[in-house]
Every structure is written in structure tokens, then in C-alpha cells.
Design a protein. Structure first.
Length: 139
């Protein structure tokens, strides 16, 4: 029997345009379709749903030392088209106007989703579905 790969997602609540309770649905159901093991969000809101909340993205990374952190960033170094997904992974994306990859010193693996306009107008939950679809299609 082969070992199941581990896929987790970490991001930030948008805070301002929606409340975490409503935003949770934008994340939870699509990630469930792709069998994501855990959704990790920061900061702690206390919504008490099927989500792990942490104080920071760094806390999510520290809590998952066996997973390869992969940042989704509009200025990422590798195109999603060319990217080979790690077996066990923690995908990380930020909220609108915030780059966790830059916040972490632009270290590690970063990928970008190229679009016709490359304007960076894809919400985190939308970008994550594209990445998970790409992962599935490259199996």
C-alpha cells in the first residue's frame, strides 16, 4: 500500500471585505474537492469551523516541518505551468495586496499563475483551486 501524500493550505483571512465565517466557505468546499488535509488560516478569529487558526503564517510553517513550503505569489520565480509539485506540501498564499513570500525574505519555492493580464487580481482561494487542479492534472 502506498503512502498518501500530505497537502495542506495556509493563508490569511481577508479582514475587511468579508467576515471569516463567510470567507471560510470560499476556502473549505473547493479544498475538500481536492482532498486537502488541512486548511490553516491566520490570524485567529475564533470562528470554530473546520479550519486550524494560527497567529501567523510562520507558525503554520513551523508546525509542519516535514512539508515543503510553496508560496503562491504574483511575482513568484516559477510559472505554475513549469512547476513540479512536491509530494508533501504546504501551499501558502496571502490576502489581497500582501505577499507572504516577500514577507519571508523571498526565500524558498515560489510559483506564479500567469494570466493574460498578469495583474494579480486573483483571490487566494481562487488561486489555490488553480494550483490544486494543476497538481491533480500532473499526477
Amino acid at each position: 500500500m502506498s503512502k498518501k501524500n500530505i497537502v495542506k493550505v495556509a493563508s490569511s483571512w481577508e479582514n475587511g471585505w468579508n467576515v471569516p465565517l463567510m470567507e471560510h466557505h470560499l476556502w473549505y468546499f473547493p479544498l475538500k474537492e481536492f482532498n486537502v488535509d488541512e486548511l490553516i488560516m491566520e490570524p485567529i478569529s475564533g470562528i470554530n469551523k473546520k479550519v486550524t487558526e494560527v497567529e501567523s503564517i510562520q507558525a503554520a510553517i513551523d508546525a509542519n516541518p516535514d512539508l515543503t513550503p510553496v508560496y503562491l505569489d504574483e511575482n513568484g520565480e516559477t510559472s505554475l505551468k513549469e512547476f513540479d509539485h512536491p509530494y508533501d506540501v504546504l501551499y501558502i498564499c496571502g490576502r489581497a495586496g500582501y505577499s507572504p513570500w516577500k514577507a519571508h525574505g523571498s526565500k524558498g519555492i515560489s510559483i506564479k499563475i500567469e494570466t493574460p493580464t498578469d495583474s494579480g487580481r486573483i483571490w487566494g482561494h481562487q488561486a489555490m483551486v488553480l494550483v490544486l487542479y494543476d497538481r491533480e492534472s500532473k499526477k
